[in-house]
Design a protein around this ligand. Sequence first.
Ligand SMILES: Cc1cc2nc3c(=O)[nH]c(=O)nc-3n(C[C@H](O)[C@H](O)[C@H](O)COP(=O)(O)O)c2cc1C
Length: 487
Amino acid sequence: MNADPAKRAHAPADLRGFLRDLEAADPGALITVEREVDPEFELSAVVKALEPYGAPAVRFERVKGGGMPVVAGLYGTRRRIALALGKDVGEVVGFALDAIRHPIPASPVASAPVHEVVERGEAVDLTTLPFGVHSRDDAGRYITSGVTLARDQETGKLNTGMYRMMVLDRNHISVNAAPDHDLGRIISRAAERGEDVPIAIVIGHHPAYAIGSQLKHGTDVDSHEVTGALLGRPLDVVQGVSVDLQVPAYAEIVLEGVIHARDLVQEGPFGEFTYYYGAARAPRCTITAVTRRADALFNDLHPTHAEHRCLWLFPGREARLLEAVRASVPTVRDVRIPFHGGSLSAYISIEKRHEADGRQALLAAFSRDHFLKHVVVVDPDVDVFDDREVLWALNVRFQADRDLVRLDHAKGIKMDPSATRLGSADRPDVVTAKLGFDATKPVTTAFPERADLVPPGFDHLDLAEYLDTATSARLGSFARVATAVSE
Ligand SMILES: Cc1cc2nc3c(=O)[nH]c(=O)nc-3n(C[C@H](O)[C@H](O)[C@H](O)COP(=O)(O)O)c2cc1C
């Protein structure tokens, strides 16, 4: 899928094309719901109920009050993200790092499908779009799949990211960008200068657009150029109708607007990735235009669940982590930020050459990713993608009095309620304690080899030869579900 460069060079990269490719490559990965659903809770409930069955993407044909179909659950698995990039899962992190190093400039076009319908000024009415309400205590409708596009004032480069955005009224939203993220910094600088920030919000595009927005590169690199590298061809862009930004020509919907950097409003509660509700003072944004395709396909993203965590961590944060650890311990093998750990833990495998390589890897991880709170380093014979393996290593290769690294009063995140709270409501600040577990074997002293406990003949055993047909079939369907729910 999309792996053939000749094919990728011709078809425009967009959401509808990706869905066609997805159905062809992995038929069970896209499910269609014909029955009418309410974007308030019901749509999310269906996506959540399907999550144990491989977190499929879901196309809802009829959505109350929205006037357009909605696709949700797009980014639910590592495999789907890999498919979108035309890679195998194991290649994705390296490919992403390569894309940052070899950006491809965008290609401006004069007219574009995303401008088939244009509503500006007074005609803008966000209440006509099917923005969802997702978790029980959410304060209202949120834009969850929107990729923000803004220009960094200092480098002039375009920056993309994803942030929770609450719909305030017909033409206003709030934009909650943490101060450590690039958009947060762009907004803070604008606030100091008393300026607004022109912005575009892209809803529904080829997954490479959102995946690219999660890659942790500096603001000296242009996000549209990195997206081009992920696509293997220039991203087609067109001049915005009310802001001086070049927006993706083949997007389904683009909202244009200006963020009023000093005009803070209360937003939230909103169910978040650590499984707590978040709320904040965030800048207000006026939407100056809504542009879209005539037959636009809306994209909702189910926050806090599989697709939110998968899209954020893979390859974005895992790629940054791998790069940081590699700079310190070149023999690093794999990194994983488990999706179910609120994104605050990581597992790293290294081929240890020096006794302190494990600690070195821990320090590199903590210094590069301030979300990380508990990091485990293991030897390469331990599969970091299998929690059971990591727990085994922790129990039989780790001693707390010798192999534990503790960092007190380090940088934490607001969304961890156990962190120590400092600062004020308007300028919240938190510190946290971190633990690093060096569960690697020593290299300077002898250590027992892992036992080979496999009965001879096991590797070539065919269970079908021992079971009746009905039992074999039942085991087959168990296996399919087990594979589907694993990360
Ligand atoms: C679905 C989704 C929602 C997100 N929501 C927020 C958010 O509300 N606030 C925030 O600061 N970061 C949020 N993030 C994380 C940022 O989008 C991400 O870290 C991004 O890389 C930041 O951009 P930057 O690398 O240019 O700093 C979200 C990520 C995803 C995938």
